[in-house]
Each structure stands twice: as C-alpha cells, then as structure tokens.
Ligand binder design. Sequence first.
Ligand code: ZN
Ligand code: ZN
Length: 404
Amino acid sequence: MAFEINADLHIHSKYARGTSINMEIPLLAQQSKLKGIWLLATGDCLHRKWLDHLKENLKGEGIYEHEGMKFILQTEVQDKNAVHQIIFLPSFSKAEELREKLIRHSTNIDADGRPWLKLNGEEIAEKVLECGGMIGPAHAFTPYFGIFAHFNKLEDCYGKYAKNVHFLELGLSADSPMADHISELHKISLLSNSDAHSPYPVRLAREFNVIEMEDFTFESFRKAIEKKGGSGIKLNCGFYPQHGKYYATRCKNCPSYFTLEEAISLKWKCQKCKGPIKKGVVDRIKELSDSSGNPNRAKYIHIYPLAEIIAVAHGIENPSSVRVSRIWQAFIEKFGNEIQILINAAIEDIAKIDEKTAVYVKAFREDKIEHVPGGGGVYGKLLPLGKKGEVNFFKKEQKSLMEF
Ligand SMILES: [Zn+2]
Ligand SMILES: [Zn+2]
C-alpha cells in the first residue's frame, strides 16, 4: 500500500566545507524526527570517512535506517563546468563502485564532502547510470553553480543522457511555479531540499518534499522520482523564493535592485557603488521562459523554519536565543514535530501555546507574507506583519520582478 513521506533529499556531512562538526548520523536522525522528516539524504556519500561513518551507523539495504529514521545515499559533486549535481545511489557497494570510477577524475576526492570532478555532466551521468544511480542538477538556477547559470537546456549539460535526468532541485530562490515557466522541466520531478549544513530544524528540511512511495525501497524511490505507477512528488514545501539569496537581480556590495533591462544597460555594474550586479534567479528564469506554467505540477506551499517565525513574531533578532528556544520546545512537546505545526495543526491550537506565533503561521497559510527580496548573495528578509509603508514599497518591487 502506498504512503506519503516527508523527505529532505540534499544535505551535507561534517566533511563538507563550511558545515557543522555536529553533522553526524545519530544527531541527524534525532533532529529529523523533531522536524517531522521520515526520509533524509545522507549527503557526501562518496567521501571515504563519511561513507565509513554511514556504514557504521546505518542498517538495511537500498533505503537505510538509524533508530527509525530512513536514509538514502546521496551526494553532491561539482563538475568541470562548475555545475553542482545531485546523485542518489542504491547501495553501499554501488557508492564504493562510483567512488572507484571517479577517484582518478578528481585531484583529491576526499578534500571536500562535495568533490570537484574533472568531468562534464554527460561523463558523470554515464558513470552514475552504470552504478544504478540517479542524477540531476542541484539548485538549478543559482548564478554560480546552477546548471542554468551555464547552460540553456538539460541536453547542453547531459548530452545523450539528458533523457535519463528525472529530477531537478529548485534551490531556495525558486519554487515550482517559477520553474514551470520552462517547458522542458514539465516532465521531470522538481525537488525542494534544504542543502543543510547544520543538523538543527532551523536549517534541516527548511525545504522538503512529500513523496508518495509504494514502500521503503530504492526502487520505489526511483519510481516516485520517475513518476511511475501513480507515485511521485505530491507536495513541495519551502521558502518563498524572495527569501533566497539569489532571487532578485541585485548589487553584490550595496542594497540596490535592478530589473534585467536596467542591469543590461548598466553593463552589470552598479551605478551607486560600482559594485558587480548579480543576475537574480527570477530574471534568469524570465530569460528562459517559454511557457505560462504547468497545471499538472504538485502544489508548492511556502514555509519558514518555526524558530525564525517565533523570532519574527516576537521581534527577537536571534532565532537561536533562549526565549525562542523555550517557545519552540513548548510547541514540540505539544505537537511532536515542527512540520505538524507549520502545515497541519489548527491555528486555535497553535494559539494556545503562543498567540503571536499563531498569527504568523496563519499569515503563511493565507499567503500574506511580505519580504525584502534577497539577491546578490544576501538572504531576503521576512517583514513583520502590518509594516504597511515598507510592505507596499517592496510589494511594488516584487510585482515588477515577477511579471513574465
Ligand atoms: Zn551546491
Ligand atoms: Zn551597489
């Protein structure tokens, strides 16, 4: 019998650059349960030390397990065109096999949990497919390492294996309605993942997927991603794209925003500070747009980590502060996990724990959230509700950005 699971399919281990030393399986399993995730990607599964850690801590085959939490073998690699690729693998032995195939194509495959390979997308895809794995682009629209920063279509990257690419990761600065302006993507699964570098629910599964699967096997996972037999992605949950670091076209050095036309006429140089202007995901998608949307796509719900909602609701700067943690803890004791609160719990019941937070969760569900849009590598900022003057200013700005 088919069932639906909450899955975060892209994270990193403690062996990837810039990650928490606490990225280890026992803590990840425990924190995933608090978040409300059932299936978590391992991240970095080609790294020698991390692969050994996984073997020590995970039981089963295909889809692995640690104390009730399910894990799938996953890694991200950087190809020679600076495109980040997500790879899923069906077993430890296949992970070892792929590692062997790739080791001579990297200066040092263990230098980073996210190895750099001297191969292009097509060459990597071939080796992944030989190992029974799956491959697709990570954070596809971001300006440095996304496939669409370097190419205009899947085939330009994957060559003859483009037809074997069944998924694409949206990244924090895009959602599925945006991505579906590109008709080539209509047929593949769109993933919303956290790319977390820290194991706590403020990062872990800040974006996740609800996947319908027949059972907990790698083959069922593959079927779901390939949209076979009625299984597949049933819901995507993630940031408002405006919250992402690369949403709008913005100066890297100062908070100036530009339309695509303005940036082009300025030759990508900010007239205020002379800093470089970075093309936003919204404008990159606008360039590639050849469709008005995809009516068959799973729904996308915009969410935010609960601790950050609590912090904004109470006007507290730091979502890791003791005051925020105390309220967060009270919520988890009552509802069991964070996703339950963000998506399912009745607003009246949320208000019984904390009224201010309930107001914000309701605003998220009713799509009444406003942002200072992110761009140029700086995250967007959620605006407190009711800040009318500011809100109207940014609303106008965002509207012009979103017009295709
Ligand atoms: Zn990446
Ligand atoms: Zn500037």
